[in-house]
Design a protein around this ligand. Structure first.
Ligand code: ADP
Length: 198
């Protein structure tokens, strides 16, 4: 099994890379999805959150009221750590299940938007970072996601910097060029991952 962590800031092209790797046959473990699954109704994660923070963090339909929980943990560092102590292991357990199901010959891609921020890493062979200058990030978020420039800057500022990501990168996929160039870089990475001795 070859295992990579894929990360990149919002609007850098991480989803495009992830899709192309899946196209080649990689097993993509999507941590945004797992983070939602970890707290869905009936999950041990949601029970633990309600036990810690009270019924006020539940919506009338029994799902997690994210804004309510967010307003608690935004203002309180200890509360945020308590929340992470519930969610991080829950996400990790779900990820482990997917990795085990992938089989010994799989190329597994841990797609982790907040890899640098979370400070936790699954076992991996390589960290792949998708990189563009911030000005390009902003331009694409405004063009494709309907954000204003200010909103795009604010979203980017709330994340780790590209410098912090590059500091942990083993492979950097530069996405300042065309989508075709990005796809070609992913294809080359795939060849490298699947032909090198394991
Ligand atoms: P992320 O997952 O990092 O937020 P996406 O892969 O969704 O980023 O890319 C953000 C947006 O930019 C998407 O609309 C995507 O189609 C577009 N995009 C990605 N790469 C390029 C590129 N090289 N040139 C132009 N647009 C791109």
């Amino acid at each position: 099994m070859t295992t990579i962590v894929l990360t990149g800031g919002i609007g850098t092209g991480k989803s495009t890379v992830s899709r192309q790797l899946a196209q080649h046959g990689a097993v993509v473990v999507d941590y945004d999805l797992l983070a939602r699954e970890a707290v869905e109704p009936g999950s041990p994660g949601l029970s633990a959150i309600v036990e810690r923070f009270g019924d006020g963090v539940l919506s009338p339909d029994g799902t997690l009221d994210r804004p309510a929980l967010g307003s608690i943990v935004f203002a309180d560092e200890a509360a945020r750590r308590d929340l992470e102590a519930i969610t991080h292991p829950a996400v990790r357990d779900l990820a482990v299940q997917q990795v085990l199901a992938a089989g010994p010959d799989a190329v597994v891609v841990h797609d982790i938007p907040l890899f640098v921020e979370s400070g936790a890493a699954p076992p991996h062979d390589l960290v792949v970072v998708v990189d563009v200058p911030e000005s390009v990030q902003v331009e694409r978020l405004v063009r494709d996601r309907g954000m204003t420039e200010d909103e795009a800057h604010a979203r980017i500022a709330a994340q780790a910097s590209q410098e912090q990501r590059l500091a942990v990168a083993d492979v950097v996929l530069d996405n300042a060029g065309t989508p075709d160039e990005l796809i070609a870089a992913v294809d080359a990475l795939w060849t490298r991952l699947t032909t090198s001795a394991s």
